[in-house]
Design a protein around this ligand. Structure first.
Ligand SMILES: *[C@@H]1O[C@H](CO)[C@@H](O)[C@H](O)[C@H]1NC(C)=O
Length: 331
């Protein structure tokens, strides 16, 4: 699919560089510009996670509603919070799952925009380098997956973080094999990543700062909180006044607010298999939404306002939240 937009050509070119750079654990965060094109300067984004199941488990139904909503809001781009291909990522660049779970599922015109994807733990169970390969962007130009990178939209900056290597138990469990190529030595990879993210957040002059990773920081779902991220990433996000942390991993739609900072925790992990029968036992003062079923999230950003909406499988809005920087400063 030929993209007219010069930005997309740049992205494909840069992603070639990213794969080359990813073999060095000290690689700097890749930066991309994706500026608003609407006359009012607003940005509309779809967010989906935990999806690639060859259309099964309601994946195609979610994709259909995403297409309709994407058209209504005139989506600028799409964010994937990871676990892109189940159960074990992609085997190689020729794996037909790429077409069967991505290209042939997200077919609506409104979804033929740039996708920005991170890796989830299931993606690490396959050939990680295959998902990062520019060959996939050649097969389907909307695809882009990198480990950690930044998308700058002027009013908002998005920081995508590779969260799988933070989880201790993936390095000890015997049940699954993980492809850690490019991640070892692990301590160096993690400390460099945290340093880079901290510096980039500090230097950011964007009004809104949004961090995206596959794993939860806080969640009432079956995976629950991720202690490693609470210990290592959360203090940075709080110190640098990040507005939103968006993740997948738990197969639900969820919004947890903090009582001690502006940071909101949003889970969009309802791209396919869901309905785990979770019972939400979170503090009701912080839990704004817990929905155990399939769906996705939209994000709207302007100079002074940020808003999210969660949609279910039927295209119904089940929760909204918004914040304004002016209200924030006046209060
Ligand atoms: C698909 O979605 C419907 C409506 O939410 C739900 O009743 C059904 O259980 C879902 N199917 C699967 C396999 O999750």
């Amino acid at each position: 699919m030929a993209m007219k937009n010069i930005i997309n050509h740049t992205i494909i070119f840069l992603s070639v560089y990213a794969v080359v750079a990813s073999v060095h654990v000290t690689a700097e965060l890749q930066r991309f510009n994706h500026f608003p094109t609407k006359a009012d300067g607003s940005l509309d984004i779809l967010v989906i996670g935990d999806w690639g199941r060859r259309g099964l488990y309601n994946q195609t139904h979610v994709a259909f509603q995403m297409g309709k909503v994407g058209e209504k809001i005139d989506a600028d781009f799409i964010i994937s919070t990871g676990d892109n291909f189940y159960e074990d990522g992609l085997a190689d660049e020729e794996d037909s799952q790429f077409e069967e779970s991505f290209t042939q599922v997200y077919t609506a015109t409104s979804l033929q925009k740039q996708w920005y994807s991170v890796l989830g733990n299931h993606d690490y169970r396959g050939n990680v380098l295959a998902q990062l390969s520019p060959i996939l962007s050649q097969k389907d130009s909307k695809w882009l997956c990198l480990r950690s990178f930044i998308v700058n939209s002027g009013i908002v900056e998005f920081f995508f973080i590779d969260t799988t290597p933070f989880q201790d138990h993936y390095f000890t469990e015997k049940k699954h094999d993980y492809d850690w190529s490019g991640v070892l030595p692990r301590e160096e990879y993690l400390s460099n990543l945290l340093k880079e993210v901290d510096m980039a957040l500090e230097e950011s002059s964007a009004t809104w700062k949004i961090v995206i990773g596959h794993h939860t920081i806080f969640s009432a779902g079956s995976h629950g909180n991720t202690q490693e991220l609470i210990d290592q990433l959360l203090p940075i996000l709080e110190a640098r006044e990040v507005d939103l942390y968006i993740n997948g991993h738990d197969h639900c739609l969820q919004h947890i607010s903090s009582e001690n900072s502006q940071l909101q925790f949003l889970t969009s992990g309802g791209g396919s298999k869901a309905w785990r029968g979770e019972i939400n036992q979170w503090n009701p003062n912080e839990m704004k939404l817990y929905y155990d079923g399939q769906g996705f999230m939209t994000l709207r950003v302007t100079e002074d306002e940020i808003g999210v909406a969660f949609y279910d499988l039927f295209g119904e809005i089940i929760h909204t939240w918004s914040n304004s920087k002016h209200t924030h400063m006046d209060s």
